[in-house]
Design a protein around this ligand. Structure first.
Ligand SMILES: Nc1nc2c(c(=O)[nH]1)N[C@H]1C(S)=C(S)[C@@H](COP(=O)(O)OP(=O)(O)OC[C@H]3O[C@@H](n4cnc5c(=O)[nH]c(N)nc54)[C@H](O)[C@@H]3O)O[C@H]1N2
Ligand SMILES: Nc1nc2c(c(=O)[nH]1)N[C@H]1C(S)=C(S)[C@@H](COP(=O)(O)OP(=O)(O)OC[C@H]3O[C@@H](n4cnc5c(=O)[nH]c(N)nc54)[C@H](O)[C@@H]3O)O[C@H]1N2
Ligand code: SF4
Ligand SMILES: [Mo]
Length: 679
């Protein structure tokens, strides 16, 4: 491995942009991370978070060795142990649990702390399939929306973002793209500059993205489907629909036309808080501008009705025939184009058709506290459930259980790791070999190790290889190298968009684009092969077959709707423990409308208690007009440093959304009371 030089790399974070990076290495260390100007989409621009990545990978608190707990659970006192002691402790405990309680007493808990496909969902899946452990339903992020989009469009296939520079109207619908998908904003701004495109933002919070819009439309939480149905009402009533597209490429447009008559703009205005004249203005703008493009965000699908939200919005481009126009359409997610060979990567056959139980990751606390037969061991990797999962107090109570054997594999002693019996140090992605697929742009990328593993840290792939050995698993699948795994995953994939793409090409080119062609003319993967405005499959699954507004659950008497969204300088809880990123973000704030604040004598900078039946937080208030009355908003999943009480997920519900087992982080309610005034 060269000790000096500039190396191509890829951003490993769970962010749609999946930027190309250049790592500058001096004396064996990465000294600078910059964007790779040769990346066809991200073109050398990267965000602040990753420009400061060296602060994280060389943070003095990064884990160097395996640890065992010597203090109480949650206290954070640990002692160094060797890898062999760590693996022996884990595997002997698991062997005895399998004897006494069966393999389903063991539960993996992971998400996309690192998006590399081998490390995020490769060797781990092989291992837990072979073990016959309980399965985790990984539905904390976008699964409700993905299910909703699939009903309409047949899978995660949308517009090519590179084409959106041709769009004349760009709607950011429930996405804080300036923070969470910055290159879509760059493309939109290019379209604005070169084409006179208009940028519209529809959100419950006028945040970084709302502030750059030509038109910001504030909306009440969880009511977006009603707005979309109101737009459809006007599109049909004023004959702004593309009849020939509807006829050729959709089913159910006659039913839909009849159905949306009930969504009169006056009624929609009452539901959404959007003035009637604005509903007309938006519908006419959408009906008359082409190409128009909707970037469908994750925010509104983190509600009780989140699946139906995406299902409904995704009907809009069909009504105006936008899918036939370059730069028109929508993106919810584009992962379908880059689907790898997951059965070869994950080897579900190792499960031998056993029907092991499935536990929804959004209900971790409930599962740890109430499941029978109980979960006796939890293996957490690439995720930080003590901060990111809803019903945070239940999660911690579960993690405190004396009879629960917890292992956490991470780069840091996260809040979750503090509850572990054994902590294992993880490599950063720059130390690994892996393959990456974006869920927004259409490029496959490769990571080869640029630096040596930090201390004694190991990648997820290596850890699961060691665990397999410790358990005595003899399948060759656990011996495979990373390169062999990548070949299994990408060579001869049953996905026409990846035809002819192989490992060798990827190594040579670093960025390889899927062979994407327009969706139409063509057949979708819906039962009818068309866009399903009416879905029999939804009906069979107990949903209204036509797009429908279903109000979110109104639970408890708390006056404010609570939206605890992500922030600019962290990525979920990643970076919330790195001083540089904390100092950029400063402190968590509760954004409150001035009318609400005035009514309870709260002023800017005051400390308030935010509480409900689940828990409480102490936060400083920002008073202004950025949130509507009745709505309070926070940004960022802040670490719960002792005594600060800033863990927003102590307040969020673990109800499951309408589709896909999704999370409902934004459908909760809270009360707010002043503790003391700003000095
Ligand atoms: N900087 C940064 N980037 C990130 C992340 C991060 O934490 N920080 N997280 C990454 C991950 S894992 C994901 S999934 C994506 C998520 O990124 P986004 O798709 O942007 O989703 P969110 O940030 O969850 O929410 C987006 C917006 O939805 C709004 N919102 C909430 N409820 C409603 C509603 O009912 N209606 C409407 N119209 N708006 C609503 C919120 O105010 C917020 O502005 O970002 C990724 N990128
Ligand atoms: N209130 C509220 N809660 C939310 C959200 C919200 O908007 N509001 N967003 C939700 C969403 S969309 C998501 S996706 C989830 C995300 O939740 P998580 O997936 O838990 O994301 P992170 O908080 O970034 O934690 C990732 C962890 O993985 C570790 N890690 C990174 N790389 C590796 C690796 O290679 N190996 C191992 N073993 N560990 C690694 C990191 O150090 C970090 O501690 O949070 C959800 N929680
Ligand atoms: S977090 Fe997103 S915007 Fe930032 S470098 Fe990574 S992929 Fe690019
Ligand atoms: Mo996410």
């Amino acid at each position: 491995m060269d000790q000096h030089g500039i190396f191509k790399s890829v951003c490993p974070l769970d962010c749609p942009d999946q930027c190309g990076l250049l790592l500058h290495k001096v004396d064996g260390k990465v000294v600078k991370v910059e964007g790779d100007s040769e990346h066809p989409v991200t073109k050398g621009n990267i965000c602040n978070k990753v420009r400061n990545m060296t602060e994280r990978i060389y943070d003095e608190n990064r884990l160097k060795y395996p640890l065992k707990r010597v203090g109480a659970k949650g206290e954070g006192r640990f002692e160094r142990i060797s890898w062999s002691e760590a693996i022996d402790t884990i595997t002997s405990r698991w062997k005895s649990l399998i004897q006494t309680d069966g393999p389903e007493s063991i539960l993996p808990y992971s998400f996309y702390g690192n998006m590399g496909r081998l490390n995020a969902e490769g060797m781990d899946r092989r291992f837990f399939n072979r073990l016959g452990a309980s399965q985790l339903e990984r539905s904390i992020c976008n699964s409700a929306g993905t299910a909703g989009y699939r009903y309409t469009m047949g899978g995660s296939f949308g517009t090519d973002p590179e084409d959106t520079i041709h769009s004349k109207l760009i709607i950011f619908w429930g996405i804080n793209a300036a923070s969470t998908n910055m290159h879509q904003v760059v493309l939109a701004q290019k379209a604005r500059k070169e084409n006179g495109a208009k940028i519209v933002v529809i959100d419950v919070h006028k945040n970084q993205t709302g502030r750059l819009a030509d038109w910001f439309i504030p909306i009440l939480p969880g009511t977006d489907s009603a707005l979309a149905l109101g737009i459809m009402h006007i599109l049909f009533a004023e004959n702004m629909v593309d009849a020939s597209f509807l006829q050729q490429y959709t089913i159910g447009y006659d039913e839909l036309r009849e159905h949306v008559i009930q969504y009169d703009p006056t009624i929609v205005s009452e539901i959404t808080g959007v003035p009637v004249e604005d509903i007309y203005k938006l519908a006419r703008m959408y009906g008359k501008t082409s190409p128009s493009f909707i970037r469908i965000g994750n925010g509104p699908q983190h509600h009780d009705n989140g699946g139906m939200f995406v299902r409904t919005i995704s009907c809009l481009p069909a009504l105006t025939g936008q899918w036939l126009i370059k730069g028109g359409g929508a993106i919810k997610g584009n992962s379908g184009y880059l689907a790898l060979n997951s059965s070869k990567l994950q080897l579900p056959r190792l499960l031998k058709n056993k029907q092991t139980r499935v536990i929804n990751m959004n209900q971790l606390g409930e599962a740890l506290l109430t499941l029978n037969p109980p979960v006796k061991s939890l293996f957490v990797y690439s995720s930080n459930p003590a901060v990111v999962a809803p019903e945070g107090n239940k999660v911690r109570k579960g993690l405190e259980r004396e009879d629960l054997f917890v292992v956490v594999h991470d780069l840091f002693l996260t809040e979750s790791a503090k509850y572990a019996d054994i902590v294992l140090p993880a490599t950063s992605s720059f130390e690994n070999t892996d393959v990456y697929t974006s869920y927004w742009h259409h490029y496959l990328q490769i990571q080869q190790p640029v630096i040596e593993p930090y201390g004694e840290s190991k990648s997820n792939v290596s850890v699961f290889r060691l665990l397999a050995k410790g358990m005595g698993f003899e399948e060759a699948a656990f011996e495979e190298t990373e390169v062999e795994m990548i070949k299994q995953a990408i060579n001869q994939v049953p996905n026409p968009y990846l035809d002819g793409i192989d490992y060798e090409t990827l190594i040579k080119k670093q960025y390889v684009k899927a062979k994407v062609k327009p969706l139409f003319p063509g057949k979708l993967r819906t039962p009818s092969g068309k866009i399903e405005l009416y879905s029999k499959r939804m009906k069979a699954n107990g949903h209204p077959p036509l797009p429908t507004y279903i109000p979110i659950v109104h639970h408890g008497d708390h006056p404010y709707h609570f939206i605890p969204a992500p922030n600019h300088n962290f990525l979920n809880s990643t970076f919330s423990n790195n001083q540089k990123h904390i100092s950029l973000e400063k402190e968590p704030r509760l954004h409150m409308n001035s009318k609400d604040a005035g009514a309870c004598d709260i002023e800017d900078g005051d400390l308030v208690r935010v509480w409900n039946q689940r828990g409480e937080c102490l936060l400083k208030v920002s008073v202004g007009e950025n949130a509507l009355p009745g709505v309070v908003v926070t940004q960022g999943l802040w670490a719960d440093i002792e005594g600060t009480k800033q863990l927003v997920n102590t307040l969020t519900p673990d109800r499951i959304a309408d589709m896909g087992g999704g999370a409902t982080f934004f459908s909760g309610r809270v009360s707010v009371e002043k503790i003391y005034s700003a000095i």
